[in-house]
Ligand binder design. Structure first.
Ligand code: NAD
Length: 300
């Protein structure tokens, strides 16, 4: 990635809960950074650390060798890449565009096609590990795109993450992240059913959790979210609103591929109900409260 030890300039767009600490780690690792965020105040912290800021995505593209985006949802990525002042208006041959947001595999492939037509490369590289992983530089990064682009971007990924896996061609990273979000959502639902059933049966759910953790039903989700449920602690963490967005992507992808995903659809439906009740900003483990409510058990 380096030529004569000169690090490439990195453009970073989207400095939220995840993007800001990721950008800060790149600055600390010595990468020159140019940043853009729709809410300008969110750029102040990284500018203090030495980043340059600008007013639109096209300028980020003009002034950098590699562009990273970390945005909330598919329409945001669409706007930043394909909008009036979007990246695609300015992308040059040899540049790498890396989208690390969790979005539809479809848009990852669209970006790849456009980038390739202009002689550039792109990677979809969504992450798992939350804000703590972003701060500590220990994210899990699942990457779609060419091996050539992956190898060029690898030194940057090493600054932001630990478990960095090249999965396959463009879109494969986003498909992997969708698989991850399906497993997490349905596991929370299963743990919720088990713990609510225990409590309603007069059996101590804390002891049920301890017993299950030693056997085949053990999981990180039972360990961490199981404890959250026992403590009734639902501050985020990972917001229900964002997980519902990820299940939208999962259901869309399943429809495109003609795959039946009944349990994903069920949990998505339960999340819709919780969002309607104003619970979207709570941790996704609050899903268990919906199961408890149906059993006439208090969860607050
Ligand atoms: P966030 O809402 O905190 O940050 C998004 C940032 O993008 C904000 O600063 C916002 O101002 C900016 N933004 C939005 N639209 C923009 C636009 N058009 N142009 C420029 N900037 C724009 O979200 P986050 O928690 O940092 O999540 C980012 C992505 O990472 C999401 O896709 C999310 O699903 C994924 N993710 C989040 C977590 C987590 O724990 N928060 C974990 C893994 C993956």
């Amino acid at each position: 990635m380096t030529v004569d030890n000169v690090k490439p300039t990195v453009g970073f767009i989207g400095l939220g809960i995840m993007g800001r600490p990721m950008a800060e780690n790149l600055i600390r690792a010595g990468y020159p950074l140019i940043v853009y965020n729709r809410t300008p105040q969110k750029m102040e912290a990284v500018v203090k650390l030495g980043a340059k800021s600008t007013n639109h995505p096209a300028q980020v593209c003009d002034d950098s060798d590699i562009v990273i985006t970390m945005l909330p949802d598919t329409p945001d990525v669409d706007q930043v890449y394909f909008g009036d002042h979007g990246i695609m208006n300015r992308v040059r041959a040899g540049q790498i565009l890396i989208d690390m947001s969790t979005v539809s595999p479809r848009i990852a492939r669209k970006i790849a096609e456009e980038a390739q037509a202009k002689g550039a490369e792109s990677l979809d590289a969504p992450v798992s590990g939350g804000d703590i992983g972003a701060k500590e530089g220990t994210l899990s990064i699942m990457v779609g795109g060419s091996v050539h682009a992956f190898e060029r971007a690898y030194p940057l990924f090493q600054v932001m993450g630990k478990n960095i896996v090249h999965i396959g061609p463009s879109g494969a990273g986003q498909v992997t992240k969708t698989c991850n979000q399906i497993v997490v959502a349905i596991t929370i639902e299963a743990i919720g059913e088990a713990l609510v059933l225990a409590e309603k049966s007069g059996v101590d759910p804390a002891k049920v959790r301890s017993a299950l953790l030693g056997g085949f039903a053990s999981s990180r989700i039972l360990e961490i979210h199981g404890q959250r449920v026992l403590d009734r602690r639902f501050e985020p963490g990972f917001k229900m609103r964002l997980h519902r967005k990820d299940l939208n992507i999962a259901l869309d992808t399943a429809q495109d591929m003609e795959v039946s995903t009944p349990l994903t659809a069920l949990v998505h439906d339960m999340m819709n109900s919780l969002l309607a009740q104003g619970k979207g900003e709570l941790d996704h483990s609050y899903l268990v409260a919906e199961i408890a409510k149906r059993a006439n058990l208090a969860m607050e």
